[in-house]
Design a protein around this ligand. Structure first.
Ligand SMILES: [Zn+2]
Length: 456
């Protein structure tokens, strides 16, 4: 009964909710460009005022960079922390925009109404779904649904330089039962999804040296070692005929998918023909006994990202190069240890070097995979709430990109995080003509209302 009242309130006040989002979108809060520092402060202040109007005790807290908006409100029930970010990506090249990126407009498109502006989807439209759900709740109930902390960052699009110190200094204040992070999307535009797996990343670069200078193949060819040939042979052995990675102990810490998750993924009916077809491919190239979704979400990879050496210019040069180079990266899952894999990979390569070859290594970044615990009852409540709103079962999914904030909440606040959002693949976040579907904004607000009803 009261849920129906809250949902009706959301439907009836959608035009006003849209006006508020437009007002926030008009503030060009580009965090990476110092020219927009005052605008970032203005966006933070706008949110502080909006949160105060909802009954929160809210403030913009200074950092060496842009302010963090922190607000506390409500009592009882679970203590939830909501995270979003109010900063946006730069808009260059401006010439590719159909209109001023900071003059938002509701547009009719063949696929429905969209809100067109920088930040419409990432992340102002998404964070406002939560605040609008709270507004409708408060209008019906007179109070906020439960104890809430709102935490809105202003540096997400510029590397979050102040985030970790801020979390460390304010850990007691920010720690809640669970964090709700709204900066992700629907699965294939229609299925509501909660991201519970994020793959980690490890980067390696190396140079194989042979002769002490470049040689002529007419004079040395046949007798001299060619480092490109050595490098190619080694990298060709990175995978076996079934697609499995051959580095010893590489799969240590890789866990099998629980049956419950496996069946959720089957229910998503992922269309890998379209997924691959969109980029001109047809056959999944990973481990033979794995589904395409497992390949991109729950299995580790080894990819050769670049190989160079010798002569690659116009014409021809019969050179036997003195050195050859490669960059290789690994996507990691489960409990795979990036440091252990770095050591294993280097040992594996070095054991295959023939006489007269030496190697130099350059290590690039490494981060372990993020695997969310889904034990908190909020996860199943969210799955149910999302399923009711979108008319399609919600699934726990993986994500190829990195979303470090979830790991930071775990590390610095000891708190699990639930990543859910209402973006679509064609929102063009970070690109010209960013948009957010009005349907996603509207149903996003309704989804939060349903979830709060279950949790409060
Ligand atoms: Zn974002």
């Amino acid at each position: 009964m009261t849920l129906e009242a809250v949902l009706s309130k959301i439907d009836d006040s959608l035009p006003q909710a849209l006006e508020r989002l437009m007002a926030l979108l008009r503030i060009p809060s580009i965090s990476t460009d110092p020219a927009f520092k005052a605008d970032c402060a203005r966006a933070a202040d706008w949110l502080v005022e909006d949160l105060k109007s909802l009954g929160f005790e809210a403030s913009a807290r200074p950092t060496p960079g842009h302010s963090m908006v922190v607000a506390h409100g409500g009592t009882g029930g679970p203590h939830l922390l909501f995270y979003g970010h109010y900063d946006v990506q730069p808009v260059d090249p401006l010439s590719l925009w159909d209109r001023d990126p900071f003059d938002p407009e509701l547009q009719d498109t063949p696929k429905g109404k969209v809100i067109r502006a920088r930040g419409a989807s990432d992340d102002k439209g998404q964070l406002m779904t939560f605040l609008e759900a709270l507004r409708a709740w408060k209008a019906v109930h007179g109070t906020l649904p439960c104890r809430l902390t709102i935490f809105l960052e202003g540096e997400e699009e510029s590397g979050s330089p102040s985030l970790i110190p801020f979390l460390q200094e304010n850990a007691d204040e920010l720690k809640a039962q669970i964090a709700l992070i709204c900066d992700t999307g629907l699965f294939q535009d229609t299925a509501p999804a909660i991201v519970t797996m994020l793959r980690g990343l490890l980067g390696e670069e190396f140079t194989i040296h042979a002769a002490n200078k470049d040689l002529h193949s007419g004079m040395y060819g046949g007798a001299a070692q060619n480092p490109i040939r050595v490098l190619s042979r080694i990298l060709a052995g990175l995978h076996d005929a079934t697609g499995r990675i051959t580095i010893p102990q590489f799969y240590d810490g890789v866990t099998e998918l629980p049956d419950a998750i496996r069946s959720q993924w089957q229910a998503l009916a992922f269309d890998h023909a379209t997924f691959l077809g969109d980029v001109g491919l047809s056959v999944p190239a990973g481990e033979q006994d794995r589904t395409p979704l497992e390949m991109i979400w729950s299995r580790p990879t080894a990819e050769i990202n670049g190989i160079w050496g010798g002569y690659t210019g116009d014409g021809f040069k019969t050179v036997l190069p003195a050195e050859a180079h490669a960059k290789v990266s690994f996507r990691l899952v489960g409990d795979q240890d990036p440091h252990a894999i770095r050591i294993q990979f280097r040992k594996w390569v070095e054991a295959q070097l023939p006489a007269d070859c030496t190697i130099d290594w350059k290590g690039h970044g490494n981060s372990p995979a993020g695997v969310m615990s889904i034990e908190d009852p909020a996860f199943e409540a969210a799955r149910a709430a999302l399923g009711e709103e979108w008319g399609r079962a919600a699934a726990y999914v993986g994500c190829g990109g990195s979303i470090p904030i979830a790991g930071y909440f775990k590390t610095y606040l000891g708190m699990d995080a639930m990543l859910l959002g209402f973006g679509r693949d064609d929102d063009q976040i970070h690109s010209p003509n960013e948009k957010y579907d009005l349907e996603c904004f509207h149903k996003g607000i309704r989804s939060w209302a349903r979830l709060l009803e279950k949790l409060a």
